[in-house]
Design a protein around this ligand. Structure first.
Ligand SMILES: [Zn+2]
Ligand SMILES: [Zn+2]
Length: 390
């Protein structure tokens, strides 16, 4: 495998670039290398994947920090053993249509146009002049529970859809359009100057190849109407911040018979009160009563599969770490689940009564020095250190 390029280099930004600068750089390059604009160009496709990967990391403050500190190696665990996988867009097969239902309801979300209008005129050559709809990006915040257990999320997507009145032609139904005389219906004109032939959109018809004599009233001739589409997103278990659902054909509608664009839903998982997540591993701090730490016993730990019990040996120290194999977040696709890391947090009882204090004092008085090996060791080292003091 080729060595990975530095993400900052890929986006052509400095290491201290602001979020805004990163976003801007990405948009500019993504537009340039988007597969829809470079049909069949393998190099552009690779470049686009590289860009998307770099952006996904640098646009996420947490991932960016890990990358800054540990480089590509630091991100291996969060992207699975093979590193970043562009195909994790759930584009495969039947899932795609399952992701959307047709339920109604409301929830917000930040919305923006992702790549702008990526439609390319498939040219004068085939004479179709169809334009594919723009790809759209929708940012969705979900709860931790939905990320690990999966769930449904209702969103309202403001989207331009193919005008149903004129079927995206932009022309009043029943009215014929006239072939543009300026470009003979090709949509493009070629001007020559010396050795150069410059092909550009026909200025007369705007590249349509046709003149609309009677614009459709529903869409004012644009072929698109604004709509608020209500969708239910099915979120597969195991997603995390940065996961992206790609919904083919759910972006902006196409015009003049062009296909609709795709919708990309970028997921952002809200922090949780019990669990932190790193890749598919979960971390949880469990309060343990003083007597259980002293005498040993069982504690109950919440996991994705329900309560799990954990045996503590007598004399368990505060901060001790346990690793519960495969009890972390479920992996996506073929990834197995991560581990659950449990950290013991010994909780000392508060608001002791007089009788409790006396009882404790009585117990402490019975303890001998050799019951505190660490304290003895500490004292010894401290004294050795201080002997050097002049
Ligand atoms: Zn229309
Ligand atoms: Zn024309």
């Amino acid at each position: 495998m080729a060595t990975k390029r530095d993400y900052y280099e890929v986006l052509n930004v400095s290491r201290n670039a602001s979020e805004e600068e990163i976003k801007k750089a990405y948009r500019k390059l993504a537009l340039q290398h988007h597969p829809d604009r470079n049909s069949g160009n393998k190099a552009a496709e690779e470049k686009f994947k590289e860009l998307s990967e770099a952006y996904e990391v640098l646009n996420d403050p947490q991932k960016r920090q890990i990358y800054d500190q540990y480089g590509h190696a630091g991100l291996k665990s969060s992207f699975g053993p093979g590193g970043f996988d562009f195909s994790r867009d759930f584009t495969h097969g039947a899932d795609l249509h399952d992701i959307f239902g047709d339920l109604f309801g409301g929830a917000g979300g930040m919305f923006e146009e992702f790549f702008g209008r990526t439609g390319s005129r498939r040219g004068a050559a085939d004479g179709s002049r169809a334009a594919r709809g723009a790809d759209l990006r929708f940012d969705l915040e979900i709860d931790f529970e939905a990320a690990v257990f999966g769930g449904e999320h209702e969103i309202i997507l403001p989207v331009s859809e193919t005008c149903p009145t004129c079927n995206g032609t932009g022309s009043e139904p029943g009215r014929h359009k006239e072939t543009c005389r300026h470009c003979n219906g090709h949509g493009v004109v070629v001007t020559s100057s010396g050795f150069f032939h410059v092909q550009q959109d026909c200025p007369s018809c705007g590249g349509r190849g046709e003149i609309i004599t009677h614009p459709c009233r529903a869409c004012r001739g644009t072929g698109l109407v604004k709509n608020r589409r209500q969708l239910t997103l099915k979120i597969p278990p195991g997603v995390e911040t940065g996961s992206r659902l790609r919904l083919a054909g759910r972006g902006e509608g196409g015009v003049r018979g062009g296909p609709a664009g795709d919708l990309y839903v970028m997921l952002h998982v809200r922090p949780h009160s019990l669990f932190q997540r790193q890749g598919n591993d979960l971390f949880c701090e469990v309060p343990v009563p003083l007597d259980v730490a002293l005498l040993g016993g069982e504690i109950q730990v919440p996991t994705i599969e329900g309560w799990a019990s954990l045996k503590l040996a007598p004399g368990t120290e505060n901060g001790k770490l346990f690793r519960l194999h495969a009890k972390g977040a479920p992996g996506l696709g073929n990834e197995g689940p991560g581990d659950l890391h449990v950290r013991v947090a010994v909780e000392v009882p508060k608001h002791l009564s007089g009788a409790q204090k006396r009882g404790l004092k009585e117990f402490m008085d019975t303890c001998t020095a050799d019951q505190y090996p660490e304290r003895n060791q500490f004292k010894k080292h401290a004294e050795e250190f201080l002997e050097h003091r002049k």
